[in-house]
Write a protein that binds this ligand. Structure first.
Ligand code: ADP
Ligand code: F6P
Length: 322
């Protein structure tokens, strides 16, 4: 593998708070190591279509505290096919890009694996609010999203309490319940519904009745989006319990906002680490946080891993929410 003179950086898939801090770390580390750093806009689309800009120390000024991504992000269906990968390889040759650092989720890592196999070493950085990347204990954006969700549910609690209502709140997470679990514990939800744990509707009603028997008048039921329709669930709860119920879907508010300390710190460390891998000529890796240490795995190995669900935390939440 040749010397890394020029590296690219891009963000792909859903945006996540902290992506900017990651881009900043890559740009500044690369430049400090004497590399040219190219910002590739709109994920793999910008790579294929040559939408790129050379970055300097000041191109990443005043972004560490901002949500979203200054490089923009997109989904790029062509990348799933050999022609897309070939087009990207050609674009790298033309722009003299020797390696690329990709912030995104599992889909983006698959693309990074394919491009690495085609001869352009790529490094994946876990960026998603869902925390659903198996190889890493933590993904950039997760903490901020959970704090946003928590603040929103705190506000919902005020009105729920005033009206003696049941608020059924849906949080994001795609197929995973990590945001719901932690946020549910943090807001003191009466019941948490996640895709990882089978539940019966009667369990929710029973828990509400148990709490009611101790004098409780208002309830928060926290539901991961992967479980199903919260509007229907709220209606069913109202019919079964007689307690007036309202559904709220928090939605994309959870993806925005200024990144938390944790997201800025992890993003900066991972971005820095990724450049040192490329500098050594190492590609086809995913950077991960494992037991509070930054490590890396081969992309294929990372994609095969399974992430355990924290059943103990679920049990604790269940035990103390009345
Ligand atoms: P995420 O990276 O957050 O999981 P997506 O699953 O939408 O988000 O993937 C982002 C992009 O990664 C896709 O638009 C596509 O360009 C690329 N990608 C996804 N799956 C694959 C795949 N199987 N092979 C190659 N590239 C892929
Ligand atoms: O992966 C992040 C995420 O926000 C998920 O929680 C959610 O299911 C999905 O992306 C929403 O995607 P879109 O931005 O395309 O609506």
């Amino acid at each position: 593998m040749g010397e890394m003179k020029t590296i690219g950086v891009l963000t792909s898939g859903g945006d996540a708070p902290g992506m900017n801090a990651f881009v900043r770390a890559v740009v500044r580390t690369g430049i400090n190591k004497g590399m040219r750093v190219i910002g590739i806009r709109r994920g793999y689309n910008g790579l294929i279509h040559g939408d790129m800009v050379e970055m300097d120390m000041r191109s990443v000024s005043d972004i560490i505290h901002r949500g979203g991504t200054i490089l923009y992000t997109a989904r790029c269906p062509e990348f799933k096919y050999q022609e897309g990968i070939e087009a990207a390889k050609k674009a790298c040759q033309e722009a003299k890009i020797d390696g690329i650092i990709v912030g995104g989720g599992d889909g983006s890592f698959r693309g990074a694996g394919d491009l690495s196999a085609a001869g352009v070493p790529c490094i994946g950085i876990p960026c998603t609010i869902d925390n659903d990347i198996a190889c890493s204990d933590y993904t950039i954006g997760y903490d901020t999203a959970m704090n946003t969700a928590m603040e929103m549910v705190d506000k919902i609690r005020d009105t729920s309490q005033s009206h003696y209502r049941c608020s059924v709140v849906e949080v994001m997470g795609r197929h995973a319940g990590y945001i719901a679990l932690n946020c549910g514990l943090a807001v003191g939800a009466t019941f948490i519904v996640v895709p990882e744990i089978a539940f019966k509707f009667e369990d929710i009603v029973a828990k509400m009745e148990q709490a009611q028997a101790t004098g409780k008048h208002h309830f928060i039921i926290l539901v991961a989006e992967g479980v199903g329709n919260v509007t229907e669930l709220a209606q069913k709860i109202e019919e079964s319990t007689g307690i007036e119920s309202r559904a709220t879907i928090l939605g994309h508010v959870q993806r925005g906002g200024n990144p938390s300390v944790r997201d800025r710190v992890v993003a900066s460390q991972m971005g820095h680490y990724a450049v040192t891998l490329l500098e050594k000529g190492i590609g086809n890796r995913v950077v991960a946080l494992k037991d509070n240490h930054i490590v890396d795995y081969s992309i294929q190995e990372a994609l095969k891993m399974k992430k355990p669900f924290n059943y103990n935390e679920y049990q604790v939440a269940n035990d103390i929410s009345f």
